[in-house]
Design a protein. Sequence first.
Length: 503
Amino acid sequence: MGGTVRHGRISICTGPAVLALALGLWGITREHSMWRDEAATWQAAHRSLPEIGHLVGQVDVVHGLYYAVMHGVFALFGDSLVTLRLPSVLATATACGLTALIGARLSTGVAGTAAGLALAVVPAVQEHAQEGRSYALVLAFVVLATWLLVSALERPDARRWAGYAAATLIAAWLNWFSLFALVAHGVTMVCVRPGRTRLVRWALAASGAVTAALPVILTSRHQSSQVSWIKPLGWSTVLGVLITVAIAALCTRLPQARGRVRPRAQEPLTRLNLAVVALPLCAVPQVGLALISLVKPLYVTRYVLFAYVGLALLIGVLLATIAARLKTDARALLPVAVTLALLALLPFELRLRTEESRIDDVLSAAARVGDVRDTADGVLYIPAARRDTALVSPREFAGLRDLALAQGPVASGTLKGIEAAPHYIERAMLGARRIVLVTDPGPRRADTVRDLTKQRVLRTRFVRCSASVVRGRQVDLYERGKCHRTEGPDALRTSSARRGARG
């Protein structure tokens, strides 16, 4: 009997997991590109554990556990774009498989498999499955916590509740916005009315996880400047949240979403069904973060990526209902539905796997510096955060002196290092003959006195001899007096032209 049950579970979750794995591995190197957030992971993972501890004491405490994990991954398997992103691919595949098991447990096997497949196809999930950041791992642990919650409600014992608390805590350590899922689980508990014993056990598990996550939460409040770039809620974001929640709410009206789960414990749970688990998980994180963002802008889709699990569960029920009403074999309907979805999303999926899909590409900018470094003797960054270009690809900067750096990133426990006082920067610049500047394209904004000093000295004492816009970053070459090369001051080379020149 146990072997039959295990075989059934494997058959339900295998398809979603394999699909997610295939989509994650497809174009995983993104044309050999890496954007700025992944560059932060790359830098941190190359530091020792004490150095990571020093770093998260000042910045990125919300990613501390993830950086430690990636440090271990790099130590075991070496550093490459594949090893940078493979943990996210595997986490997404796990999340899709677990989603299928949740759907099967609360509804039917067909609904479960369809839910796992739906989650794998979601564009945002595909995107973060191929990023060297923590969000796919958060997704996996939130799904695991949800699966353990359902399991503990049906067959309560101490191990299941302990597992639930542990999964919730790990998700919070990876990114404490995952605690919105805990609030969603609280809504589920209210709807289920599981009885005092189960309610007390859930409360103990939840409060234990929150208490253990408090150091990360409190420390991150002192690092709130790291999210100052987030813009206020736009109407497109609000509309997207409303549409997602509305679709989920409509799907809860389907009979298979509200069907009662056959209780496996002595105390019946007549109110436990897929709708009371999935709808809060879809709605609470998105609506909650949107409401908070009315006071302080914080809404970014990846922070609540796990909300798509609730939507996927309900889409799974919708597909199962369609199959039943059409009297179609689900083994034929689901592959067709997945194929149509992938074809409809093909333009997005193709772009997602190119260097153009992210805001910038650190590696392309570093390659351009490598093209011009032999004729220069110094390098500057505006803003200082663009120093990640050199930190990820130090070979391309060999021989260039960092004219503004006073203390390196590792020693200072930062991601961008500590720059010298403005007058020291000016003195170092005037001692250089040719300077490479790595900056952002477009109108240049200076947020610090140091950056204003860099701009002033370059403008008044140097001539720009070349400017290359390379996938979200700009690499300029400046010379004292006049240019001694054929490139004019307004010469621009695009990333595509660079690729063509390099073959």
